[in-house]
Design a protein around this ligand. Structure first.
Ligand code: C5J
Length: 223
């Protein structure tokens, strides 16, 4: 059944059965003190406001038995999938692959790489491990979305101008319609948050649509 949510630049129309919630990189390494985000010099507290609204949307999708997928940015323990240029970036004392307070930074299987407890994936929810910023690069995300019959994505996660925006652009180029929930995405830089949201919905929705968790929850409750 077609469902309509108030959005910008204009209403977003979607079929719940062919829509997935895609939660990007809500990992300890980005969201909690002692992780990669903080090692880069960022104030991780700025990401916290996105957690609770994302949890509410996640619960609504689960209640409705709609598709939910999660992504995690990180690398194999042998780091063979990490470009040396990425590792070198930032000239960090403790960087990707090094031992930090939550295990080896941004390495699969380590505590910091895991998704925060509040948004813990269910076993039935695919988790996409991605070595890059975009969730389609070097992953099986597109195959999984195709097999699930997904055509629209509701996007939450961090950070807005890096992994969220890169993924939304990749999805848009592949023909997916993306709705970004602005209170469910967050950046270490308030000015980048605003700019990234504006870029997505500019020019008639050149990359996608923007709405809020409240607007989506209202229509999901009635759907
Ligand atoms: C970053 C991400 N910011 N998940 N990753 O390096 O946005």
């Amino acid at each position: 059944m077609e469902t309509i949510v108030k959005a910008q630049p204009y209403e977003f129309r979607f079929e719940p059965a062919s829509t997935a919630l895609l939660i990007i990189d809500m990992q300890r390494d980005f969201v909690l003190p002692g992780g990669f985000g903080e090692m880069l010099g960022n104030n991780v507290a700025l990401l916290k406001p996105a957690i609770e609204p994302t949890r509410q949307v996640l619960e609504a999708f689960r209640r409705k038995h709609l598709a939910v997928l999660h992504t995690r940015e990180g690398h194999r323990p042998d780091m063979s999938d990490c470009p040396p240029t990425k590792r070198a970036r930032g000239r960090l004392k403790i960087g990707i692959g090094d031992q930090g307070p939550m295990g080896r930074v941004l390495i699969r299987g380590e505590r910091g790489h895991g998704i925060i407890e509040r948004l813990e994936p269910l076993l039935s929810e695919p988790v996409i491990d991605k070595p890059g910023k975009g969730a389609f690069f070097a992953t099986d995300l597109e195959l999984i979305l195709k097999n699930l019959g997904i055509r629209s994505l509701v996007v939450a996660g961090v950070t807005t101008e890096v992994c969220v925006q890169t993924t939304v652009r990749e999805a848009n180029d592949r023909g997916y319609e993306c709705l970004v929930l602005e209170d469910c995405v967050a950046s270490y830089f308030p000015e980048f948050q605003r700019a990234a949201i504006d870029m997505i919905k500019a020019q008639g929705g050149i990359v996608g649509w923007v709405s809020t968790s409240d607007e989506l929850l209202k229509v999901l409750a009635g759907a």
